[in-house]
Design a protein. Sequence first.
Length: 406
Amino acid sequence: MAAALATLLGAPLALGAQAAFAGDRVAVTVQHDLSIARPSETISIPWKDVNAALPGAMIQKIAVKDASGRVLPHQVTNIAPQAKDPKNEGIAYGELLFQHSFAAGEKSAGFTIERIDGVAPPFPIKAFARQVPERLDDFAWENDKIAHRTYGPALAAPAPAGVVKEVLVTSGLDIWFKRVDYPIVDRWYNKGHDHYHKDQGEGMDMYNVGKSRGAGGSGVWDGKTLHTGVNYASYKILANGPIRAVFELHYAPWDAGGRQVSEVKRFTVDAGHWLDRIDSTFTTGAGDNAPLTVAIGLNKTPGDKGQEPKIQTVREGKVLLQWVEQKSNDAFGTAVVLPSAEGFAQDALNELIVAKATPGQPLRYYAGGAWSRAGEITSRARWTQVTQDMAARDASPVRVTLARQP
């Protein structure tokens, strides 16, 4: 997903002189400047601009088509500042989303948005998030490549007298490695806790978090100590597929070396990506507006029990990654891509990548993983390329224009 990755982030829209034109079809051109492939690029167009181009368009009565006329899955989010739309201007919706995989060297692609007479069909869910009361208050999310979870206050609470309950205090991020492209979060939780620690053909939970940052947790770094929050305090789901899931995790204030800091993480989870976009906004005490030094971490010992992991760590530019070869569970990669990175560090538990953050302003990064047994990322070299490409995509967003269809 990628910071200036305008597809994942919301590409800038150029309407030119034709800001409001009527008709039943509008042409969309998407361009970019990179020579690399951009698989599963999420094209984002503000719904108010779709509505201006197709006045009165209804979200369930449009089709998005590629240049060959193939109907593409699409999604309209309701992430918008307006809750109601009394004039039917589209202001109660956020963005129209669809995806295109640019081949290497393909720098432009064309699409149409069209009115249809019938109702657009539901599309397969490829991005999904929810709280999981079946397992205390885990929060889990996934796309067609990878799944994750993190932990809420119920897991952190001490066990009552006479009650056997797991207790874990951490704001680290966990990974569930998948081998299939369909959703597994509900299936795995509904089969009972711990069954997913064995690969039964869909994937497995084999990543170790413990007290570490896991795969992409954050903290405030003072040069020697990483000051971290605890389990998330509350959550908010803003969009939930089929192409993109967006949610927030809110973390209560903690002492970061004498400064009170709280955090809101907004996750943008897009289909077809191994790395989620995370926008972390830190808040400090009244009158405390000095920059924070923030570190994003990867667990130094992420391998599963008894796997005798051989861990290779790469620290290069905007990327911190690991490639972990295991005894019998094959290899996996984890990574953090931090566009504003200023360097690297480590503590007893974590490899860290470091950047400055301004209180009240989001710090954007990408975090995730991939498993060789899924058959797509099978070497450290390939994983390194994926992460470097994400950094490049972040730095060079796509451009989206609308034009009257002849």
